[in-house]
Design a protein around this ligand. Structure first.
Ligand code: HEC
Ligand code: HEC
Length: 291
């Protein structure tokens, strides 16, 4: 191996300087860094300095360097939210003007109503009606085709706006008397009419032969109808459809005729904005049982 003028050994094969390190006769060439690599390296350094100046970069004691461009992720998020809101403002304005039928027939408004209705339902309604709107004892299932107060979009809209037996002047109202408690019927009559109601719902022809038939005709038909078919003007349930608001069964019937029930559904007109209430009406109507 020859020596270069600066005293570093020169590799005989390549004619290049080596670093002087040697392991078992293998020496390390001291070749210069490739140009492209070096320039990329310098460019990265320049870029990083520019980045520190332009963008938020260095942590300080209680703050951080903000950068000349004023970028922040929070700012970007609120810009994005503002953009979505602006897009929805148009839909909300159109929903406010449209009738329920118009909303239903406009695919864009319908989609907006269903999405908005679904999320408003999850926030305001599932406590009582259940997350799948399938209800429970005293809280009606909103998925079926059985409606206490009517299942058209208009009827549902009215129910949601003003509630049922709620503290609102326009609330739906009707009260089944507490026949037993108020001594309008004696316990035998209550028992007889409960048997009659059970027989009505079985629909096996036995009902007509029962003594409770007369009690029913004299006390119940005004609201529940001559055949027990119910009345949506009064929110009186159909007693023949095997769909019970209150669990069903004779014990329950005796209890209800004795003590009455008065399910309460809040009015939403003063709590939610009109667009949301419309969306809820369209959404509930779409749940499957809408008339
Ligand atoms: C505090 C409990 C409660 C909450 C919250 C509630 N509801 Fe109700 N809802 C009821 C009860 C109880 C009834 C049945 C009233 C009756 O016995 O007639 C009812 C009835 C209804 C009906 C009428 C069903 C029919 O068969 O005619 C609709 C529609 C309805 N609710 C929709 C909603 C929507 C939409 C929301 C959310 C904005 C909501 N409810 C929130 C308790 C509630
Ligand atoms: C003034 C109207 C009215 C009269 C009269 C009336 N009801 Fe009712 N009834 C209702 C209403 C309204 C409900 C629903 C209560 C609620 O929503 O909380 C109801 C509920 C019931 C239920 C529960 C139904 C279910 O789905 O769980 C039974 C059973 C019943 N009534 C039987 C009778 C019988 C029997 C009589 C006669 C002795 C009678 N009712 C008289 C209005 C009336």
């Amino acid at each position: 191996m020859t020596k270069a003028t600066n005293d570093r050994p020169i590799d005989d094969v390549s004619g290049m300087e080596t670093t002087g390190h040697e392991w078992d006769g293998i020496t390390e060439l001291d070749s210069p860094l490739p140009r492209w690599w070096l320039w990329t390296y310098y460019a990265c350094i320049i870029w990083s300095v520019a980045y520190w100046i332009a963008m938020p970069a260095w942590p300080l004691v209680s703050d951080y360097t903000k950068g000349l461009l004023g970028y922040s992720q929070r700012g970007q998020l609120s810009d994005e939210i503002a953009a979505v809101k602006a897009g929805q403002a148009d839909l909300a304005a159109r929903t406010a003007k449209a009738s329920l039928t118009e909303i239903k027939s406009d695919p864009e408004l319908l989609e907006y109503a269903l999405a908005g209705g679904r999320s408003a339902f999850a926030v305001n309604c599932i406590q009582c009606h259940g997350s799948g709107a399938s209800g429970s004892d005293g809280y009606p299932n909103l998925n079926d085709d059985d409606w206490l107060w009517g299942g058209t979009m208009e009827a549902i809209h009215t129910t949601i706006q003003y509630g049922i037996r709620a503290e609102h002047d326009d609330s739906r109202a009707s009260d089944m008397p507490a026949f037993g408690q108020d001594e309008m019927l004696n316990p035998q009559q209550v028992d007889a009419v409960a048997d009659y109601v059970m027989a009505l719902s079985r629909d096996d022809g036995v009902a007509d032969t029962l003594p409770g038939k007369l009690v029913f005709a004299e006390n119940c038909v005004d609201c529940h109808g001559a055949k027990g078919q119910g009345d949506i003007e009064l929110g009186a349930p159909n007693l023949r459809d095997h769909i019970w608001l209150y669990q069903g069964g004779k014990t329950m019937a005796v209890d209800i005729v004795t003590n009455s029930r008065a399910g309460m559904m809040p009015a939403w007109v003063d709590r939610l904005d009109p667009v949301t209430v419309k969306q809820l009406a369209v959404y509930v109507h779409s749940l499957g049982g809408g008339e």
